[in-house]
Design a protein around this ligand. Structure first.
Ligand SMILES: Cc1cc2nc3c(=O)[nH]c(=O)nc-3n(C[C@H](O)[C@H](O)[C@H](O)COP(=O)(O)OP(=O)(O)OC[C@H]3O[C@@H](n4cnc5c(N)ncnc54)[C@H](O)[C@@H]3O)c2cc1C
Length: 416
């Protein structure tokens, strides 16, 4: 078996892995990036719509263009990249380094690294994960798989399509299917508010008169060999189905856009996982509960826009580089807790000192004209900013001056 040594191994060559690898290299570390696919770029490769890069590159790009910028940069830094290389096991050794087993077309390899950056992205929830009732004919497909079929392989998936869930991938695919000549019958969302970004509701549904049915969902799939229809019903506030409202909608395809889950299986038995994000619990250095194991991008928590993935991963890459050079300062860590209306926050631990801490979080409900605050346990406000509206669909951020972090802090959404 081939043995390779490096300072940092980055698992994943999407936006996150490329950004982290570039940053770690620029900060003086010896880096290897591995990815199980044939080509770099991760999910960006299949996102041929525009809307990427406005925040980081200050320019509107498609997904493949955004990926290409990072690929060109990584190649200009001569970062060794192993493609078609799947990581199957990560083990922390007694000397503190990691032994990483990989499978590639050239056989099994073992990579020894002082630090590992997890950048494996996320996967889609399936029909099984939402307990979709009815039969299992051909024609039930997740939104991301449909996107790959159409945009990468040039294969159409159906003619009359019902979309279950209003996640961003499903909204983008509603428009894509419309462009390809499909009849997009409607989007059925179990919640009373959409799961996707408002800009995608407007640009992908409203602009093409595709109806969005809130508090209504598919309760049964119909069809033997191919999908022949769905039964939809209204959903009560307690999430039970109002079966009196059942109606059959003929269709040949059901597209699922019902959530994304960080792909942490590789390490989920070895690190502390945040039950709300399904990603790792990390500190302000993006270090997991295992020293030397870092996490960033969609494997840490699902992001709305790739620019935020890049910026987070640049920070994680820098911290990993400092770690392997024994220069990562680690003082007393305080807890970052969730307060009023805040569902989760990342990171979970932070220390005081110089610079700024960017806490990312999602809310559990809609609130207009409010304030986002960070308070110490005695009530002292150490950061506060106004927000016109906060929505569960939108990742929020609050920036805190680290010199003010002298104890545990709580992130909340407040009236004033
Ligand atoms: C449909 C869709 C539309 C989007 N639209 C926008 C938009 O308009 N604007 C915007 O800014 N953002 C958008 N985003 C979000 C953005 O594209 C993603 O957040 C970002 O690209 C995620 O990057 P990542 O590197 O974390 O994950 P990924 O891109 O998923 O990369 C993870 C990589 O890890 C590899 N990997 C996983 N496990 C292993 C393993 N065991 N061994 C080796 N390799 C492994 C995978 O092969 C993959 O290449 C969209 C996302 C989707 C899905």
């Amino acid at each position: 078996m081939d043995k390779i040594k490096t300072e940092i191994l980055v698992i994943g060559g999407g936006a996150s892995g490329l950004s982290a690898g570039i940053s770690a290299t620029r900060n003086g570390a010896k880096v290897i990036i591995v990815d199980r696919e044939e080509k770099l770029g991760g999910i960006l490769k299949q996102c041929i719509h525009n809307g990427f890069g406005l925040k980081y590159y200050k320019k509107e790009m498609t997904g493949p263009e955004y990926a290409n910028n990072l690929i060109v940069e990584a190649k200009s830094l001569n970062i060794p990249i192993l493609m078609q290389t799947s990581v199957t096991k990560v083990t922390k050794m007694q000397n503190g380094s990691f032994k990483v087993k990989v499978v590639s077309p050239n056989g099994l390899k073992e990579i020894i690294a002082k630090a590992v950056i997890l950048a494996m992205g996320c996967r889609e929830r399936t029909a099984a994960s939402i307990s979709l009732g009815g039969t299992r004919p051909v024609g039930v497909i997740s939104a991301g798989s449909a996107q790959k079929m159409i945009n990468v392989y040039g294969q159409m998936i159906g003619k009359n399509v019902v979309i279950v869930g209003s996640g961003d991938v499903g909204l983008i695919m509603a428009r894509r299917l419309y462009f390809e000549g499909a009849n997009v019958i409607g989007v059925y969302e179990i919640n009373s508010i959409p799961s996707g970004l408002n800009r995608n509701i407007v640009q992908c549904l409203n602009d093409y008169n595709i109806p969005l049915h809130l508090s209504e969902t598919v309760v049964e799939v119909l069809g033997k060999d191919r999908v022949s229809g769905v039964v939809v019903a209204k959903v009560n506030p307690d999430f039970s189905f109002d079966l009196k409202t059942r109606r059959v909608i003929p269709c040949d395809t059901i597209l699922l856009s019902v959530g994304l889950v960080p792909e942490t299986d590789l390490v989920s038995n070895d690190i502390v996982i945040n039950k709300l994000t399904s990603g790792a619990v990390v500190d302000d250095n993006y270090q997991t509960s295992t020293s030397g194991l870092f996490s960033c991008g969609n494997v840490l928590h699902v992001h709305d826009i790739v620019d935020d993935v890049t910026m987070e991963s640049i920070d994680a890459g820098k911290c990993a580089a400092l770690f392997v050079k024994n220069k990562l300062t680690e003082g007393k860590k305080f807890k970052v807790l969730t307060g009023n209306l805040v569902r989760y926050s990342v990171p979970s631990y932070a220390e005081g000192g110089q610079g700024f801490l960017n806490v990312k979080f999602r809310v559990s409900g809609v609130k207009k004209d409010c304030f986002i605050t960070a308070r110490l346990a005695d009530g002292t406000v150490i950061a506060k900013r106004p927000a016109k509206i906060v929505l569960p669909a939108q990742m929020e951020q609050v920036v805190i001056d680290k010199s003010k972090i002298v104890g545990d802090l709580t992130i909340s959404v407040e009236d004033n």
